[in-house]
Design a binder for this molecule. Structure first.
Ligand SMILES: NC(=O)c1ccc[n+]([C@@H]2O[C@H](COP(=O)([O-])OP(=O)(O)OC[C@H]3O[C@@H](n4cnc5c(N)ncnc54)[C@H](O)[C@@H]3O)[C@@H](O)[C@H]2O)c1
Length: 258
């Protein structure tokens, strides 16, 4: 049976992280040729080895790039075209976090969050646009957050960038519909990645503490596995979602309905 992304080439930023690597593996399982981009060289190599072992014959290229650098986008598009000759799917997923209340939020932090979490999505999309148009069925999936629409105390810079992603996604959808490009956002909720486990451990919090936090945090009462976020990304990337554009899908276990 043909994979759900057979014949497609997908670029995924933040490909060495929890959601990015799960998405990369799922895309490879479904027949896509993939380009994983990350600034973390070691983690990227680990992920590539994991995917190669899990999906024999996977067509996979890794690129070490800092999405905070403007020139990275051009290099990524050139390398993808050099390797695979086309771009059908772009998953803008790289993200950083900061924990500064607005009263003390530093200018440098604002700038770095906006540069990586928002501007890099715009720049890579712009650089890839001719190829996404040429695909005839281009799909851009931008990874936002449940906190784009439900802001909280303490992560204002991050939440503002995530809200901007939804707005930008809709603008892109309106502008590019006539070129056959769909643009959608996925808004994950609590998704357990090595980052969260590490951060909790540094703060002296156990895995049980993390699980307790999730119990009261959403209707599902637990953290998502990154693969549970990867599936909606896969669907939006695929032709199964051919009538879906300019939307933001909450994948948060019913986070704010409790
Ligand atoms: N995990 C969650 O609970 C959650 C919830 C909502 C939204 N998100 C969003 O999902 C996306 C993926 O998050 P994750 O949980 O997998 O996080 P993660 O920290 O595991 O992965 C993020 C990846 O992005 C990479 N990255 C960061 N800055 C970069 C840069 N300048 N250039 C290149 N690569 C860079 C990191 O090295 C890392 O591999 C992010 O945009 C995040 O904001 C995550």
């Amino acid at each position: 049976m043909a994979g759900r992304l057979e014949g497609k080439v997908a670029v995924i930023t933040g490909g060495a992280g929890g959601i990015g690597s799960a998405t990369g593996q799922l895309f490879a399982e479904e027949g896509a040729r993939i380009v994983l981009v990350d600034r973390d060289t070691a983690a990227l190599a680990d992920v590539a080895a994991r995917i190669a072992a899990a999906v024999p014959g996977a067509a996979l290229v890794t690129l070490v790039e800092d999405m905070g650098e403007e020139a990275a986008s051009r290099r990524i598009v050139e390398a993808t075209i050099g390797a695979f000759g086309r771009i059908d799917v772009l998953v803008n997923n790289a993200g950083i976090r900061a924990y500064e209340p607005l009263a003390v939020a530093r200018t440098e932090t604002w700038e770095s969050i906006l540069r990586v979490n928002l501007l890099s999505y715009a720049l890579l999309t712009r650089e890839a646009i001719d190829h996404l148009r040429a695909s005839g069925r281009g799909s851009v999936v931008n990874i936002s957050s449940t906190h784009a629409v439900n802001p909280r105390a303490g992560m204002g810079q991050y939440d503002v960038a995530k809200a901007g992603i939804i707005s930008m996604t809709k603008t892109l959808a309106f502008e590019e519909a006539r070129h056959g490009i769909r643009a959608n956002a996925v808004c994950p909720g609590l998704t357990l990645t090595p980052f969260h486990v590490r951060r909790a451990a540094e703060a002296g919090r156990s895995r049980q503490d993390l699980d307790d936090e999730a119990k009261g945090g959403c209707l599902a009462g637990r953290w998502a596995d990154p693969r549970e976020i990867a599936y909606p990304i896969l669907w939006l990337a695929s032709d199964e979602a051919s009538y879906v554009t300019a939307t933001a899908i909450m994948v948060d276990g019913g986070r704010f309905v409790t």
